[in-house]
Design a protein around this ligand. Structure first.
Ligand SMILES: C[S@@+](CC[C@H](N)C(=O)[O-])C[C@H]1O[C@@H](n2cnc3c(N)ncnc32)[C@H](O)[C@@H]1O
Length: 298
């Protein structure tokens, strides 16, 4: 199967998942008394088999977090973790969620960053974007924007956000180096990632991973822990960590991933005075080090 065919298979799978929620089938999974979600193959498209279902979906969020959201946003949760546990969002920050689905993590982020911050979601599936827009309207939040696009070619300018989050999407990409490079590009210097994803133990070969589950079910396309760390380093990230939280299939884990985009390198002090004159900024130090007041720039 070509990468284009694989991506179309992913899109079709998640279009069907969005339609299931829109048609209110998934809402029957929410217990009206406890407001707790019962995992199901219907709702857990990431996964989709009985063995891995408890590793995915709304059960990975607290009752307080459920209470912050429209029930449809909870029912549409298809992630494998909770990026809020690693993102540590603050008021006023700008956040981007890659593969935002029905919008659960975008809406939770928007509440945390407050009216002076903003939360974007990017997704390639029109049905998911429509569902996310409905959930935004029900939430009453205005500091939220959903964008149509791919996570390999994010429709935002350089250095647009403080934090990039994602929940069980990077494993679905057919070009993971492009995704990691885009995360780096859209982050401001000093920005960070807080990602949840399926990650394999290092000893599992790609064939071993494919034996444990499908690509569209978020298993076969997973990176190993070392591949993730190497990929983050190659993209330019520092202080990267991949922590396993719970097993999704034998040797395959839901993991929380952190990393930071370094503050741009400055020129050595002796050359700052000459290289950071306004007219010379474009050639000075590394990209991102040219703002007035940084690295000796005027
Ligand atoms: C497993 S769901 C997770 C959705 C959401 N993050 C959550 O936790 O509920 C994967 C989502 O990523 C989107 N997606 C998958 N590959 C993508 C890509 N290459 N570019 C943009 N969106 C993608 C799908 O459309 C789907 O909405």
């Amino acid at each position: 199967m070509t990468d284009t065919e694989l991506r179309e298979q992913v899109r079709a799978r998640y279009a069907a998942a969005a339609a299931a929620v829109t048609n209110r089938e998934a809402l029957s999974l929410v217990d009206a008394n406890s407001n707790r979600h019962r995992p199901s193959a219907n709702s857990s498209c990431c996964g989709g088999t009985d063995e891995v279902d408890t590793a995915f979906g709304a059960a990975l969020y607290s009752a307080d977090e459920h209470g912050e959201l429209p029930p449809e946003a909870v029912a549409a949760s298809l992630g494998c973790g909770n990026p809020m546990m690693v993102a540590e969002l603050h008021a006023g920050e700008r956040v981007l969620d890659l593969g935002s689905g029905g919008g659960i993590d975008v809406l939770l982020s928007a509440r945390r960053v407050g009216p002076t911050g903003f939360a974007y979601g990017v997704d390639m599936t029109d049905e998911m974007l429509a569902l996310a827009e409905q959930n935004k309207a029900k939430s009453g939040l205005t500091n939220v924007g959903f964008l149509r696009g791919t996570i390999e070619d994010v429709p935002l300018p350089d250095a647009a956000v403080d934090v990039v989050i994602s929940n069980c999407v990077i494993n679905l990409s057919t070009d993971k180096p492009a995704v990691l490079a885009e995360m780096f590009r859209v982050l401001k210097p000093g920005g960070r990632i807080g990602v949840s994803d399926i990650v394999s133990e290092d000893h599992l070969s790609p064939a071993d991973r494919a034996d444990r589950g499908s690509y569209v079910g978020c298993i076969a396309g997973a990176l190993s822990r070392s591949e993730y760390l190497d990929g983050l380093a190659a993209a330019g990230f520092v202080d990267a960590e991949v922590s396993f939280s719970h097993e999704a299939a034998p040797g395959m884990h839901s993991a929380l991933i952190r990393a930071t985009k370094p503050i741009a390198d400055c020129c050595p002090p002796e050359s700052q005075a000459s290289c950071c004159e306004p007219a010379d900024k474009a050639g000075c130090c590394s990209p991102g080090a040219h703002e007035a007041g940084t690295c000796g720039c005027r």
